[in-house]
Write a protein that binds this ligand. Sequence first.
Ligand code: GLU
Length: 280
Amino acid sequence: MRFVTRFAPSPTGPLHLGHAYSALLAHDMARAEGGTFLLRIEDTDTERSRPEWEAQIYDDLRWLGLSWPEPLLRQSDHLARYDAALAVLADRGLLYPCSCSRADIRAAQSAPQEGAPVAVYPGTCRGRSMESRRPGDALRLDLRRAFRAIGRAPLCWTETGPDHAGAQETRAETLIPLSGDPVLGRKELATASYLLASTLDDALQEISHVIRGADLLDFTALQVLLQRLFELPTPIYHHHRLIRDAAGKRLAKRDDARAIATYRAGDATPADVRRMVGLS
Ligand code: GLU
């Protein structure tokens, strides 16, 4: 199998040490396998994405010593393709419009769920038809119908990351209560969500190995479900550990002190950054 992986940042803020680890690890693994490392810009969130953050991504990654084939894929150049995929799902009766805000979803939840920081969408708008869609509505995937469309088969994939390595399997009964019907079409401008766009692009770019942080682990089953719906291949997933600050907190884009650009502007070398994230 040809080894193709990608680093897929969203240009919504500065890259930090956690991104450096993700990009370096993916680049190292591709090199070790004689494979290809791609950079993909995930800017479907047109409100938060900025050209200056995109430019900084290129500068940061080049400074770290990474290279990638050009032209790269920028998702905002592909919105029509994602819209076409949404239309396919809508024609199959798998999508419905949803006008619920985050506050509505929290309020509808009877008790906070343990370990679930984000309230699970309770399905308030599930009965709505696509014809009732109003500007500003999101589009959600009806998970029950989606599982019926794939013959209720379990979702299977292979994980090679340090935690939960091995064959993975999830069924509708497990996934539906944990995830709730996910948003595939965003409220704002109704463009595709991360979940849909990244799944379609992993297939388009023939990604064999998705290497990314463990914070994205929970998206995997939904991505495999979308792969089944569109009859796309399933890559191997490798979720790596997260880089944390001294207090054990996961780094965030707001955390400028750990931004690659801050190290770049100071005395640190790319080799220092590799050491800081535990790569030799
Ligand atoms: N664009 C996503 C992010 O910046 C990463 C997507 C992925 O690796 O699947 O968090």
